[in-house]
Design a binder for this molecule. Structure first.
Ligand code: ZN
Length: 283
């Protein structure tokens, strides 16, 4: 089969095209047999115009009936219950919410009674965690020992303030998860070559990371601009949180390198919908 994706590095994501709409899937999570999971594309939905077609956010002005239909299609493809999804409320914080059965449907069939939540963790089977993207980094967590999961939104702010580590620690406190047991995936997002940042952002990373890592995270363009490697930076955060190197999978697909199939803020600015990351423990 022809692969439509422009890939970078070792292949870690499969492209699933069966079902109502296609999605990307981490093979390591799929092979665990413990979770249902995926990352949406722009394909297979009903939204129009700049939201075409698989927009998964209710908050950017799209027709809510279209967004709901998109969710139903994603739920159908992933084999999860749309009414037991729980949505984040992303504002580039490091707040991680422990999701319980009482949260089922929040953000989709019920109002959210929380805000400023960039990470979600749960040990409740059948609850589906949902977070949103258009270049920022999705972090997936699975503790196969304690049967617990997490999903966190790690943009540059979340990366430099280490939401990956915050999520690992919170899973430890809430569920007894040990970092060495956790499988972590760094999901589809912007690659280093596509992500030029200014000196203020670069300075935050110089301050936030050991200088031995500087050359791996930042490439000086010589004009006050830097290329920022969020994939590597998040890997370092996870390693320093105690996650084993061989338990970390890094996306081989960049949102900006694949504008026909993925929403990218760097391609369209605010004229776009959002992609969704989904993770659910199989009951
Ligand atoms: Zn790229």
């Amino acid at each position: 089969m022809n692969d439509i994706w422009k890939r970078r590095g070792k292949k870690t994501l499969d492209y699933k095209t069966e079902g109502l709409n296609p999605y990307l899937s981490f093979s390591v999570l799929e092979e665990s047999g413990l979770v249902k999971q995926g990352f949406s594309t722009k394909l297979g939905g009903v939204s129009q115009g700049k939201f075409a077609t698989m927009n998964l956010t209710f908050t950017r002005g799209d027709n809510p009936d279209h967004v709901m239909e998109n969710y139903k299609r994603m739920a159908g493809s992933l084999g999860v219950d749309v009414e037991r999804m729980v949505l984040s409320y992303q504002t580039h914080t490091t707040s991680v919410r422990i999701v319980t059965e009482a949260d089922a449907g929040k953000g989709i069939t019920k109002e959210r009674d929380y805000k400023d939540v960039d990470g979600l963790i749960t040990n409740v089977p059948g609850i589906t965690l949902v977070t949103f993207y258009a270049d920022c980094v999705p972090l997936y967590f699975l503790d196969p020992v304690h049967k617990a999961i997490g999903l966190s939104h790690s943009g540059w702010r979340g990366t430099v303030s280490r939401i990956g580590e915050v999520t690992v620690k919170k899973m430890g406190e809430a569920f007894g998860s040990r970092p060495e047991d956790i499988i972590a995936c760094i999901g589809p997002s912007i690659c280093k070559d596509c992500y030029e940042v200014g000196s203020e952002v670069a300075a935050e990373f110089m301050k936030g990371f050991d200088k031995n890592y500087r050359a791996e995270i930042l490439e000086d363009q010589g004009n006050g601009k830097y290329l920022l490697n969020l994939w590597r930076a998040n890997e370092i955060v996870l390693r320093e949180a105690g996650v084993e190197k061989e338990h970390i999978q890094i996306t081989d697909i960049c949102t900006r390198c694949n504008p026909d199939y993925l929403f990218s803020h760097r391609v369209t600015g605010d004229e776009r919908g959002n992609l969704g990351a989904f993770l659910s423990l199989i009951p």
